[in-house]
Write a protein that binds this ligand. Structure first.
Ligand code: MRU
Length: 343
């Protein structure tokens, strides 16, 4: 699989997901502003990948602060962190990564600014490596829930592209496939930005996993015909009570799964659990550009000029619809997640 994001001698190389599946191209970010632009414009997207990009953006930012004085350094560093934090509001991994790097900078106040710059860079690379190994563990933990011959429905893209590599929801599917289980996947296309059609279908096809693309409004039909055994999705933020924000349309899938008695799993690293909020009501939902709805991929207009548009990028699935949350630390009931992982 092509790396989603890499640190290459002072340049952050990002696979341009806005051009997939037609074009495999990269954006070489030489400063944090470019990384922030890539996050905002979905050139890199998916909660864990956004967190990694934020950390690498901070590493680039730290390199351009031209001072040896810690107090001056920290003022500018905080401004850079604020810029990166303002890119997207919902995925908690963005803020988690920024706080992890900020904590490291604060803890090493006694060291030279030069040393701090290199510590930040090493930490950003660690976040990438840890994410990949977390995803492999999520895969191993979740694969036990998939039986040979199962058909899995997934929504959006929670794959290698949405993470440092391997994926969360798709990591579980990959691990089951690697164990030799014969599985089929329905990938919801995921309007309006089509992460399912453009990214999930592409990733699974590349890996030789049996994938069938459906439009979002076909999920209920597939379930009603007994064609789906379980659903697995990723997460952008999990509240202490297990309520889970994920791509718009996830809630619909969860309600449909309940109606048809189909297990509905969320797969996410523990960095996606936000123990500071008690329920999903506190999750800020990003509202994106109306053009994502009125146009297909910014190109073909499918609505009348001037029509009012709503474009919430995420919804919240209440914990009661979630069968279990698969993490690298184990598989938990949603109501257990806050006390187990929410510190
Ligand atoms: O707007 P996006 O493409 O960043 O939304 C991505 C999702 O909703 C994913 O399902 C989620 O971030 C989990 S990725 C492992």
């Amino acid at each position: 699989m092509i790396p989603t994001i890499e640190w290459k001698e002072g340049v952050v190389r990002i696979l341009d997901q806005s051009r997939l599946p037609d074009e495999v191209s990269f954006v070489d970010c030489k400063d944090y502003r470019m990384v922030a632009h890539c996050i905002r414009e979905l050139i890199i997207r998916g909660a864990p990948a956004i967190g990694i990009a934020a950390a690498m953006g901070l590493a680039l930012g730290a390199r351009e602060i031209d001072t040896a004085d810690y107090d001056k350094f920290i003022v500018r560093f905080s401004e850079i962190a604020d810029t990166i934090a303002s890119t997207r509001p919902t995925a908690v991994n963005l803020f988690w990564a920024i706080e992890r790097i900020r904590g490291l900078v604060n803890k090493n106040k006694g060291k030279s600014v030069e040393d701090i710059r290199s510590l930040v860079c090493d930490e950003a690379k660690n976040i990438l490596e840890e994410d990949i190994s977390s995803n492999r563990q999520i895969g191993r933990n979740g694969a036990k829930l998939i039986e040979d011959g199962d058909t899995v429905l997934t929504h959006c893209n929670a794959g290698a592209l949405a993470t440092g590599g391997y994926g969360t929801a798709l990591g579980v599917i990959r691990a089951a496939h690697e164990e030799g289980k014969k599985i089929k996947v329905f990938a919801d296309e995921t309007r309006p930005v089509l992460q399912g059609a453009r990214l999930t279908a592409w990733e699974l096809k590349e890996d030789g996993i049996d994938v069938t693309l459906i439009t979002d409004n076909m999920a209920g039909y597939m379930m009603s015909r007994d064609l789906v055994d379980l659903c697995i999705v990723g997460a952008d933020r999990i509240a202490a009570n297990g309520d889970t924000a994920n791509k718009i349309g996830t809630y619909t899938v969860a309600v449909l799964a309940r109606e048809h008695g189909i297990p509905f799993y969320v797969a996410a690293p523990s960095s996606t659990v936000d123990g500071s909020i008690s329920s999903g009501n506190e999750i800020v939902i990003e509202e994106r550009n109306p053009e994502e709805v009125t146009h297909i991929m910014g190109k073909i207009r499918v609505a009348p000029i001037g029509v009012s548009v709503a474009n919430p990028a995420f919804d919240v699935t209440p914990a009661r619809y979630i069968t279990a949350i698969i993490t690298e630390k184990g598989v938990f009931k949603p109501e257990e997640i806050g006390k187990t992982l929410g510190s």
